[in-house]
Ligand binder design. Structure first.
Ligand SMILES: O=P(O)(O)OC[C@H]1O[C@](O)(CO)[C@@H](O)[C@@H]1O
Length: 372
């Protein structure tokens, strides 16, 4: 979360600086910061629309120090409380005003996105298979948000070139599940907006345009979360950004816009995407939804923690074993930003452990894992 003395930026300060909030919001943010630093976790007010839901999701954590509750729970609840403090769920003037919108907008309008969109022109003329790999990697590394659509492919420099940056790569299995010309439905559970969502949308366009999927359902967060997580408004902004671009990016945007109207691309959301719970505990309606998809692709680090279980598993525990509960085929695209990892070959683990890189947490490494 980066508050209370941690090195990364504190979202409380970030939103304070980014919005001309009134006294009431500043006081509520002060109180939240004080609660996190010196106090104990307070429940939501009984009148809050999601009071019952959060009680079910972790009543046992209320009244304990923020430092003593599970990290996954604390992070999720923190974002819920932050939104409460700025009046996001209220009926006042700040109702539904995304406190992170200024950061998302700046990224979308930045030079990096512009360059990445322009690079799509060069990609349009390369053979379909090579393009598919480049787009898959762009979506994957978009999770680190510092790599674009380079034809030369998607992999950032790392300290130790002897160690593979893709620590697991099941992309061949992914393409086997989605051969061109199938009537597959693909569910994509999005992670970050901006520099991650744009390559996700470009990949979705490729799946639809080349017959790897007949229908794609893009799942986004129901409210602002983890600063940059994508919501419906971010999908709209990204689609507009694509459409306004020249060349191939603009054409992709136009196709996606039409796909939305035709129903071959659908945006959906569910409260569970902001839940502090593993996917193993997903509710029945979401389980049915995933069972109906040929493949569900989960993007990002947090989704990975929730998919395999937020624990320090031995890295060679099979991915298939940890995801056996998932109702149908599932894929994880993730740059490594936390200690949780499974599904590594012993040889890969050995070379990673010999390297000097902080490979588990620095975002220099990534994986594509698939359980058919
Ligand atoms: O956007 P992503 O890839 O889900 O990353 C979020 C990650 O960042 C953190 O908030 C901090 O490292 C992790 O807790 C979390 O897993």
């Amino acid at each position: 979360m980066g508050c209370a003395g941690q090195a990364s930026p504190c979202p409380i300060q970030q939103v304070r600086d980014a919005f001309p909030y009134g006294r009431r919001q500043h006081e509520a943010l002060d109180a939240l910061l004080d609660e996190i630093t010196n106090g104990v976790v307070q429940p939501l007010a009984p009148a809050d629309h999601d009071h019952e839901r959060w009680t079910a999701w972790g009543q046992e954590h209320f009244g304990r120090s923020w430092y003593d509750v599970p990290f996954l729970w604390a992070e999720s609840y923190f974002y819920r409380r932050l939104l409460g403090a700025v009046g996001y769920f209220g009926t006042g003037p700040w109702q539904r005003a995304d406190p992170f919108a200024p950061f998302k907008q700046a990224e979308l309008r930045g030079d990096a996105v512009e360059e990445e969109l322009q690079a799509l022109d060069a990609l349009a003329s390369v053979p379909a298979e090579e393009r598919a790999t480049a787009l898959l990697h762009a979506s994957l590394w978009g999770n680190r948000a510092d790599l674009g659509f380079r034809v030369s492919a998607g992999e950032p420099a790392v300290a130790d070139a002897a160690v593979p940056v893709l620590v697991s790569d099941d992309s061949a299995t992914l393409w086997q599940l989605l051969p061109a010309g199938t009537s597959a439905t693909v569910a994509v559970v999005a992670d970050n907006a901006g520099r991650e969502l744009i390559p996700d949308l470009v990949l979705i366009d490729h799946l639809l345009a080349h017959g790897h999927a007949e229908r794609v359902v893009l799942h986004v967060k129901p409210y602002p979360y983890y600063v940059s997580d994508a919501m419906t408004a971010d999908v709209v902004d990204s689609l507009r950004r694509l459409i306004e671009a020249s060349g191939e990016a603009g054409r992709i945007g136009g196709r996606l816009w039409k796909a939305m109207a035709a129903g071959s691309l659908e945006v959906r959301t569910h409260p569970f995407f902001c839940a502090p719970l593993p996917y193993e505990e997903m509710p029945e309606d979401l389980r049915k939804e995933c069972a109906g998809a040929t493949l569900t692709i989960l993007k990002g680090d947090l989704n990975y923690r929730r998919l395999v279980g937020d624990r320090l598993w031995h890295p060679t525990v099979p991915f298939a074993e940890r995801t056996a509960y998932f109702p149908r085929a599932v894929a994880a695209f993730r740059t490594l930003k936390s200690d949780v990892i499974v599904g590594l070959e012993q040889g890969t683990l050995d070379s990673l452990q010999r390297s000097v890189a902080a490979w588990r947490t620095s975002g220099t490494h990534a994986l594509i894992q698939v359980r058919p």
